[in-house]
Design a protein around this ligand. Structure first.
Ligand code: ZN
Length: 480
């Protein structure tokens, strides 16, 4: 009886084991199912260069022969542009059980910054003090702009200055470039002639050597080292050349020349030219005109307006250099000066008295603003010009109009060639040619034209003179 029971129990157990085994093999839901495997492909710790491509090797997930890889959930990203350590996590859940694997990926900056010079890598300068750093750029793909971190070191050997530029990124990658600067003075001095490069001297006249200045980029003022050669024989008509040469300490030399033309001038006292300049003095044009007149030994007449402390010296020059200083008026404002006879006379007296006080100079020649034939004054005071032409003469003045207009009043910036042609084409023989020009600040082209007008006049034997109270006047006639 006992044996039968044991056999029965054993048989049942055997059946149960067989059943479990069969079922497990079929659907895997039973305790004898194969275990789940989650394995990394590749290494668990990976190091890669920044900015390289990162392709994760992934994992393999299996249970028995079954591939569960598609059910794996991957977590974590790798930013290849930022150095650092990143973790990638792989998770697989099977029947509420979680399987986990991890990989660490370290992104390392292995790339040196890009360091580039601005300007040339090879340069030459005359002296160390003239070297101006043209600059550089330094950028790193991981760290960005590193220009501020660039170190510059200098080494000098002979005339060679070597500049070494070095920069490191945060990971210690270093870049370095060099610039070689040769310090050698290869620049010659510069000569500036004083006065014109072509000078005209009348036969038998005096050539005035105006000299020159010379500066060198390294040596500074080298005027004292200028050697002048050539001479001018003013008793023989012809063209002469004066040469100015200078060398700097490094031996760079330069030269400049001036042409001097000696020409025949036999002034005819019957053919007179009175150059007159109205509305000055101005700081820019008047000095140029005075210089040209001095260079050609020509005396002229300045009909001035009130002058300031800064232009007072120009009036002094006019007087000292033999020109006639005449009165145009303290003010040029038509509405003010032609308001009444008295207003006009006060405008004359005020400037006359100032000249007397400043220079002890008695001005007795006047020119009416607009000329005696002006038609503007009648709109302020009808008939005033008829009275004024008498009134000024009673006051001891003589007035002058003009018989040649240079045209420089009519249009600002009239070309110097036009001014030259206006004057020279209207010069007449056997008379007083009173030429109207202006030396106010906008009349630069008048100064440009002046020298050629003088040369033309002398070459045609005109006599240049300043107006005096006894010069035969040129009057337009009153038109009010
Ligand atoms: Zn004027």
């Amino acid at each position: 009886m006992k044996k039968k029971v044991l056999w029965a129990v054993g048989g049942v157990l055997l059946l149960a084991v067989l059943l479990i085994g069969v079922l497990s093999a079929v659907n895997g839901y039973f305790i004898l199912a194969p275990s789940v495997q989650l394995q990394l492909n590749g290494e668990a710790a990976v190091e890669i260069a920044a900015h390289s491509e990162y392709a994760d090797a992934g994992v393999v997930a299996r249970r028995g022969k079954e591939d569960l890889s598609a059910q794996v959930v991957t977590d974590g990203t790798v930013d290849v542009t930022k150095p650092g350590t990143y973790t990638v996590t792989y998770r697989l859940t099977v029947r509420d059980k979680e399987y986990v694997q991890q990989r660490t990926v370290t992104v390392v900056d292995r790339e040196a910054p890009v360091l580039e010079l601005l300007g040339d890598a090879q340069m030459t300068v005359s002296a160390r003090k003239f070297y101006e750093e043209p600059g550089f750029t330094a950028t790193d793909r991981c760290d960005g702009d590193l220009a501020a971190a660039v170190q510059v070191t200098e080494a000098v050997e002979g005339e060679t200055l070597t500049l070494t530029y070095t920069v490191k990124d945060a990971a210690g990658n270093e870049s370095s470039v060099q610039r070689v600067v040769t310090i050698r003075d290869e620049t010659a001095p510069v000569i500036s002639l004083k006065g014109s490069s072509t000078v005209y001297v009348t036969l038998g006249g005096t050539y005035q050597e105006r000299g020159c200045s010379a500066t060198d980029d390294v040596d500074g003022d080298v005027t004292g080292a200028v050697v002048r050669s050539g001479s001018v024989d003013t008793s023989t008509a012809g063209t002469y050349t004066i040469r100015y040469s200078v060398k700097d300490k490094a031996g760079n030399s330069t030269s400049a020349t001036r042409t001097v033309k000696v020409y025949t001038y036999t002034p005819n006292s019957a053919d007179r030219v009175y150059l007159t300049f109205d509305d000055g003095p101005s700081t820019n044009v008047t000095p140029r005109i005075l210089d040209i007149l001095a260079e050609h030994n020509v005396k002229a007449t300045f009909f001035i307006l009130n002058y300031s402390e800064s232009t007072k010296y120009l009036v002094g020059r006019m007087i000292n250099e033999g020109h006639t200083v005449a009165i145009h008026g303290y003010s040029h404002d038509y509405a003010t000066i032609y308001a009444s006879d008295e207003a006009f006379m006060q405008n004359v007296y005020r400037l006359r008295d100032k000249l007397l006080a400043d220079f002890g100079y008695h001005a007795t020649i006047i020119r009416f603003p607009g000329g005696s034939s002006n038609t503007v004054s009648k709109s302020y005071n009808k008939g005033i010009m008829s009275r004024l032409v008498k009134r000024v003469e009673q006051g001891g003045f003589v007035y002058f109009d003009w018989n040649i207009s240079s045209g420089d009043a009519s249009a600002a910036g009239l070309s110097s060639t036009q001014i030259y042609s206006n004057v020279t084409s209207r010069l007449g023989r056997g008379r007083n040619n009173v030429v109207l020009m202006h030396d106010s600040s906008a009349k630069g082209t008048t100064a440009d034209a002046l020298e050629n007008i003088i040369i033309y006049g002398k070459a045609n034997n005109y006599t240049f003179a300043p107006l005096t109270p006894s010069t035969r006047p040129v009057h337009h006639g009153v038109a009010n």
